[in-house]
Write a protein that binds this ligand. Structure first.
Ligand SMILES: [Fe+2]
Length: 364
C-alpha cells in the first residue's frame, strides 16, 4: 500500500483504503479501480491523494519469507562473491563468502523460527541484478521447503549454500550467450547447459563447501524422469537438495519478469509445476513446496465464479484457494464496500476464485 498525490495517480490503480471527502463523506470505497475521470475529479476537488494497492517489498503489511534488509544484504554479498571470482580477486571473493555464510545463518534463523511461514507475495526483482536476487529467492524458498522436510540446521545450511550458488557457473559462460537478446541456438544452449558443471567444478577446487552443496549445484537441472542435465541421473540417484532447488529455481524464474516475457502469476506457475509432478519434479517434494505457496497473494485482483471481481486482502493457512477478498465496486455504485471471507463465511460456500483478473485496467 502506498499514498500517492493525485498527480501521481494513474488509471487502473486500485484504492487500498476508503477515500473520504472534506465533510468525511465516503467518496470511493476501498477496491475501486481509478479511471482518468475519477482522478481528474480528485484534482479538481482538491483531494490530497489516496492509498493505492502496491505489492512493494517495503510494505510492512506484506511480508516476504525473509526481511527485506536481510534479503538486500545477502544480494550484495552474493553479487560481490560472483564478481570477486569473475575478476579473479581472491580477497573480495573470500571476504564476501564469509559474509554470505553469516547471512545464510540469519536467513535460516528467520525462516525456521516461523514454521507457518508462507509465500504470500511475488518477489520483485531489480532487473539488472536478476541473477543475485534470484539466487537469494531460491535460497529462501529452498530453506522453507527444507524446514517442512524436517531438515536439521546443518542440513539447511548445506541446502541454502547450494541454492545461493546454484547458478554460479554462469559467470563462466560468455556474455554473448548469457545476455543474448533472443532464443539460443542449439550450440549456444548446449554450452549454457554446462553452467551447472562449471559452478560445481569451481566450488570443488575451492574446498570450502560441504559436498552436499556442491552436488546440489551440479544437479539442479536434473529431472525426475532422468531427462535432465548434465548427467541425466535417475531420480533415486539424485539428492534431496538438488530436487528442492530444481523446484524453487523453476518457480522463482517463472514468477519473475524476464527480458523476453512478463512474469507468470503464482497460480499459473503452480499449475505448470504441478503439471510436471513425476516428470521434471519429485512429487513428494513438490507436495511440501505447494503447501507453502499462496496462489493468489495479497493484492492480486481475481475473478469470482459469481461474476464479481475483487482484491485479495488476506490469506489463511491451509485454505489458500479461499482467501478474504475486497469486492471491487461497480461503476454504478462506487461506494459499495463488500468483503467476501471465502474461508469462514458459510453463505459463500458456492463462490470460488476462478482465476487472476487479466483485464487491462488492473495493470496499473
Ligand atoms: Fe541453472
Amino acid at each position: 500500500m502506498r499514498f500517492l498525490q493525485p498527480i501521481n495517480l494513474k488509471s487502473g490503480m486500485i484504492l487500498a483504503k476508503n477515500l473520504y471527502g472534506s465533510r468525511n463523506e465516503l467518496l470511493l470505497a476501498v477496491g475501486s479501480v481509478l479511471t482518468d475521470s475519477l482522478i481528474s475529479k480528485m484534482v479538481i476537488t482538491g483531494c490530497e491523494g489516496a492509498y493505492i494497492v502496491d505489492n512493494s517489498t517495503d510494505d510492512p503489511n506484506i511480508k516476504g519469507i525473509i526481511s527485506s534488509r536481510l534479503k538486500e544484504n545477502t544480494v550484495k554479498a552474493v553479487r560481490s562473491f560472483f564478481m570477486g571470482i569473475e575478476r579473479n580477486d581472491s580477497i573480495i571473493a573470500s571476504y564476501s563468502f564469509s559474509t554470505m555464510k553469516h547471512l545464510l545463518d540469519d536467513i535460516i534463523d528467520e525462516i525456521s523460527t516461523d514454521k507457518n511461514a508462507m509465500v504470500n507475495m511475488v518477489d520483485l526483482k531489480v532487473f539488472d541484478d536478476y541473477t543475485y536476487y534470484h539466487s537469494v529467492s531460491v535460497a529462501g524458498l529452498s530453506i522453507m521447503v527444507g524446514v517442512s522436510a524436517g531438515m536439521n540446521r546443518n542440513g539447511l545450511y548445506k541446502l541454502g549454500m547450494g541454492a545461493l550458488l546454484h547458478d554460479l557457473g554462469k559467470i563462466f559462460i560468455p556474455k554473448e550467450i548469457l545476455n543474448k537478446n533472443g532464443p539460443l541456438d542449439f550450440n549456444e544452449y548446449e554450452y549454457m547447459k554446462k553452467h551447472s558443471q562449471f559452478g560445481s567444478d569451481y566450488l570443488k577446487r575451492q574446498n570450502a563447501l560441504p559436498i552436499e552443496s556442491i552436488i546440489a549445484v551440479l544437479t539442479h537441472h536434473e529431472r525426475f524422469d532422468s531427462k535432465g542435465y548434465p548427467l541425466g541421473l535417475a531420480s533415486n540417484k539424485q539428492t534431496i537438495e538438488g530436487k528442492i532447488i530444481a523446484i524453487c529455481d523453476n518457480y522463482d524464474a517463472m514468477t519473475s519478469d524476464r527480458p523476453y516475457r512478463t512474469a507468470f502469476s503464482p497460480s499459473e506457475a503452480i499449475e505448470h509445476i504441478m503439471g510436471n509432478a513425476g516428470v521434471m519434479f519429485d512429487p513428494k517434494i513438490l507436495d511440501l513446496f505447494i503447501k507453502k505457496i499462496v496462489p493468489y497473494p495479497v493484492g492480486t485482483v481475481v475473478d469470482l465464479s459469481n461474476g464479481k471481481k475483487g482484491i485479495v486482502i488476506e490469506n489463511f493457512p491451509n485454505s489458500y484457494m479461499r482467501p478474504k477478498i475486497q469486492i471491487i465496486p461497480t461503476m454504478n455504485n462506487l461506494k459499495e464496500n463488500i468483503i467476501y471471507d471465502l474461508c469462514n463465511d458459510p453463505e459463500l460456500l458456492n463462490v470460488t476464485v476462478i482465476g487472476i483478473n487479466r483485464t487491462k485496467e488492473n495493470k496499473g
